[in-house]
Design a protein. Structure first.
Length: 569
């Protein structure tokens, strides 16, 4: 044996989370035939956000890990709040994240007839009744957690009367809100949800899939477990607020299903993100009241907003993996999500040069009219990314912040009498000749260049070290762009957590700054919406869908480093 041969260390096996432990135990015991079948069940009444994205990664990821299946099923049981716009957007988001559901898209409405038949069966079995009380009366009758509820005066209707009334509800004979169908369980149960929960209510609203066929619609708790059962779901994974719903989930299964196969509801804790809100109601308020430009505003935590900002599906999947699964609610630092974005974009984003707040530099000793091409690497993290040719000329743009006329001692950028290197090109030296406008703002900086100092030329001067290196753009070749600098939408870590303060009071007034007349290198002339780049020394950026012929719009995805924490200390 060659004793010098390198033997790779085995990778440390990652510990199973508690859901994986449950699944592996179920497989070992042959439960449900050892199958794993999960589902993602969104309501089509809004756009998905980063919390939904982590749930998608969990459900689809578990199915992939255990060679199982994952369904997409829309919980479309409330037509008054649902729209095809949302179903289309949700499907687009899931595919963009890199996942594909098993079989066709499914809907709770696919099972409306079966659910109705089961409801009639429960009436025939004396397990459900029609209640004429108002919503307020029903709520009052449940009382409080410290005292038992009281039976509805309609609880003891005969089977025949209940069946007749329920069928007439279906036929549209009664006003909306005048009657409901309730399960007959236990009005003294310590679990308030078990105190005769509502199974059906009357809603006169056209459904986006079934039209006007139905005017009674099942409630979530009656729908969810039965749909899981009909689809062969083995592990129904929900967030922790549904833990109290599990006894009801199981009760309906006990009453209506009598097979060896049985779905199991498992709850995990939400993973909240600081410096944002993820309540659909609050996000809707931000959109409707114009605090953001829409659901896909790059400051929103929605998947479409993150996509528009330039986040990658790989970075969101990495985030979900790092956050993991827990039984207790946790608040995740926004910096972790931004770290994941940087990590992925650092590997895949081509480097380009862009000057966001330009000031002109003239190289007085560079020949007028001369243009030369300098070779610059596209991505030092990717050996296969190659290089590109960038035009260099007598007149250039640099960042205004990279020049200071009266600089402190440790200012290693451009200042009179000091040398800097232009990335991939020459060393230049600032002269004392500075042009200014009437307000005293610098408009032109005059410099000289060392013709023997070009990077990679092989000359001794090209290896000469100077302390500063600046990015730049050739003025005659520059293209212009509008650049939108996005930052966190809220200044407070928990904007919705203040009891007596409206969450909108914490909106960051500097969450968007729009720069016009930014100068970009010519290689970006053909950039398309969705293209991502690292603007060297500035951060990661993405071409916005607002881009049209003759108008290039760029969004900042994230800065090169986490400057937020330093800024807020």
């Amino acid at each position: 044996m060659d004793t010098n041969q390198h033997i790779a260390e085995p990778e440390e096996e990652k510990a199973l989370n508690f859901i994986e432990q449950i699944i592996e135990e179920d497989i070992a015991n042959g439960k449900n035939g050892g199958k794993v079948h999960t589902r993602f069940p969104p309501e089509p009444n809004g756009y998905l956000h980063i919390g939904h994205a982590t749930s998608i990664c969990l459900n689809f990821g578990l199915a992939a890990k255990y060679n199982g299946k994952c369904n997409l099923r829309f919980d479309d049981t409330n037509p008054s709040k649902e729209d095809v716009e949302f179903t289309d957007a949700i499907q687009e988001d899931i595919k963009w994240l890199g996942f594909q559901w098993d079989g066709p898209v499914r809907y709770a409405s696919d099972y409306f007839q079966q659910l109705y038949d089961w409801a009639e069966q429960m009436i025939l079995d004396g397990k459900a009744y029609v209640d004429d009380q108002s919503a307020e009366e029903i709520s009052a009758g449940r009382r409080t957690i410290t005292e038992p509820g009281v039976n509805s005066p309609y609880r003891d209707r005969t089977v025949e009367e209940n069946l007749d009334l329920f069928r007439r509800m279906k036929a549209g004979e009664f006003p909306e809100g005048s009657r409901v169908l309730r399960a007959k369980i236990d009005m003294a149960s310590p679990n308030m949800l078990m105190r005769d929960p509502i199974m059906y209510r009357i809603i006169y609203c056209s459904h986006h899939r079934t039209g006007d066929k139905w005017c009674i619609y099942p409630m979530y708790d009656f729908t969810h477990g039965q749909c899981d059962y009909l689809e062969g779901i083995t592990h129904s994974i929900c967030t922790l607020e549904f833990e109290i719903h599990r006894p009801l989930y199981n009760w309906f299964l006990d009453e209506l299903t009598h097979t060896e196969y049985r779905p199991q509801q498992i709850e995990f804790a939400r993973r909240n993100l600081n410096y944002t809100v993820m309540s659909k109601r609050r996000l809707l308020e931000l959109v409707q009241k114009g605090y953001v430009a829409g659901w896909d505003d790059p400051r929103m935590p929605t998947v479409c907003g993150l996509r528009r900002r330039g986040y990658t599906p790989e970075s969101i999947r990495m985030f979900a993996e790092k956050v993991g699964v827990a039984r207790r609610e946790i608040v995740v630092d926004m910096a972790l999500l931004e770290y994941c974005v940087r990590e992925h974009l650092n590997r895949v984003a081509p480097r380009v040069m862009a000057v966001l707040e330009p000031v002109k530099v003239v190289l007085d000793n560079y020949p007028e009219g001369q243009v030369e091409m300098v070779e610059i690497e596209n991505n030092p993290e990717d050996e296969g990314a190659g290089t590109r040719q960038v035009a260099f000329s007598r007149e250039l743009y640099i960042e205004r912040d990279d020049f200071m006329e009266n600089a402190p001692k440790k200012f290693f950028r451009l200042t009179p009498g000091q040398e800097v290197r232009l990335k991939g090109a020459y060393i230049i030296k600032c002269t004392d000749r500075i042009e200014k406008d009437a307000d005293g703002n610098v408009t032109v900086i005059h410099c000289t260049y060392d013709p023997d100092s070009r990077s990679g030329s092989g000359s001794e001067a090209s290896n000469r070290k100077v302390k500063g290196t600046l990015h730049w753009v050739s003025a005659p070749h520059a293209i212009e762009a509008e650049v939108r600098l996005y930052d966190r939408l809220f200044k407070d870590e928990d904007p919705a957590g203040h009891k007596d303060v409206d969450f909108k009071e914490f909106i960051n007034e500097n969450s968007l700054r729009v720069l016009q007349g930014c100068k970009l290198e010519a290689s970006l002339a053909n950039a398309k919406p969705g293209d991502r780049f690292q603007f060297q020394r500035l951060g990661y950026f993405c071409v916005d869908p607002d881009t049209t012929e003759g108008r290039l719009v760029i969004n900042r995805t994230v800065s090169l480093k986490d400057t937020w924490q330093k800024m807020n200390k």
